[in-house]
Design a protein around this ligand. Sequence first.
Ligand code: NDP
Length: 435
Amino acid sequence: RQRNGHEPEFLQAVQEVAETVIPYIVKHDIYHGKNILLRMVEPERLISFRVNWVDDDGEIQVNRGYRVQMNSAIGPYKGGLRFHPTVNASILKFLAFEQVFKNSLTTLPMGGGKGGSDFDPKGKSDNEIMRFCHAFMSELFRHIGPNTDVPAGDIGVGGREIGFMFGMYKKLRNEFTGVLTGKGATWGGSLIRPEATGYGNVYFADSMLKTKGDSFEGKIVTVSGSGNVAQYACEKATELGAKVVTLSDSSGYIYDEDGIDAEKLAFVMELKNVKRGRIHEYVEKYPSAKFFKGERPWGVKCDVALPCATQNELNGEEAQTLVDNGCVCVSEGANMPSTPEAIAVFHKEKVLFAPGKASNAGGVATSGLEMSQNSLRLSWSREEVDERLKDIMENIHKACVEYGTDESGYVDYVKGANIAGFVKVADAMLAQGVV
Ligand code: NDP
């Protein structure tokens, strides 16, 4: 706390893990007295660098780039790159720390990392995005590699940005390797990777509902965000028979009582991924829907809530409103979208609640599958990857149940995910000695 007092998001993420993992460490002699958690909270390496680029008016712009290489005990660093004006060391350290546990939960051999820049992609032309991505990679390339550190996308970094960065890496290194995941399907990408985080979140929520003999069939679902994770969570929930009634972006949320079906979702995908428009444009196309400016969707009555936008987007009061309105299941697509107060409400009310490090692990798991395919120089079919994704999400669910079930039978998925993720990394660190 003394060393990181100025990093609130990082402290929040560490506190949540410490509260569940420390009692476990104390009970198990092999971990006790080894300062194992103290070692885990210090990044192995934190790189910060200048990114110079030229905008369309010929002005030189300067941004700050980062890569946090948090833990490589069980594999090369792995984790996304975020381009957003709020990016700073605290946010990236929280994300990298969470990533260590998440990657461990997938059972694939991946360490944890995260990176990005305070660059704001909003309103930039394709050429500006390309120049920025090239400038960013012209420094990052010396710190990463297919056996060292394999970045992926996150907020503000999708297929377009991965393409530009991959192009620059390939040029500088003069080699075609799987150094980034989320690549296009014709140049080393994995089928199902774009869908994986959203689909995986819904598979995880489905496993939680099944523990109560329930399913998505006929459920009313609220989703926040309208980016990569939100879009595919909406698609899969709808496929499983639910009615998704909200989507949002940083300007507000839309409510469509009739449900956001496949045709409406196709409109959202075009709006967000191609035209780079705002979510309020949905109500211009579908006038029976309503737009709520500057608000979040948690006041809408629902059975299942899937927060898929960003950190701390669901607070204690909103959690209570969700519960009072009959919500029985909350599964995080985003990283740390629920505040500690919100999580306390979900636990008190015995709601099925999945933390992002378990429920959104499908994205990085499929990135791990992309790395395997790149190493084998093979591509697996859509069905094959989707099956593996489903299996991985089911296994993560099982691990959470194993470590998180209390005497009353209630599953604390936060505790389960933290301990299950911790054990594998801690065992590897102990085996490798103090390095
Ligand atoms: P995108 O950039 O595709 O979409 C992000 C969405 O969240 C947009 O709708 C954006 O709205 C909204 N958003 C971002 N910041 C804010 C904010 N401060 N307030 C309100 N809304 C906001 O990102 P992803 O869908 O990839 O990522 C969403 C979340 O999922 C993040 O927490 C990310 O870390 C997490 N995640 C993503 C994975 C992936 O595979 N992509 C994997 C695991 C986790 P606007 O356009 O207005 O900014």
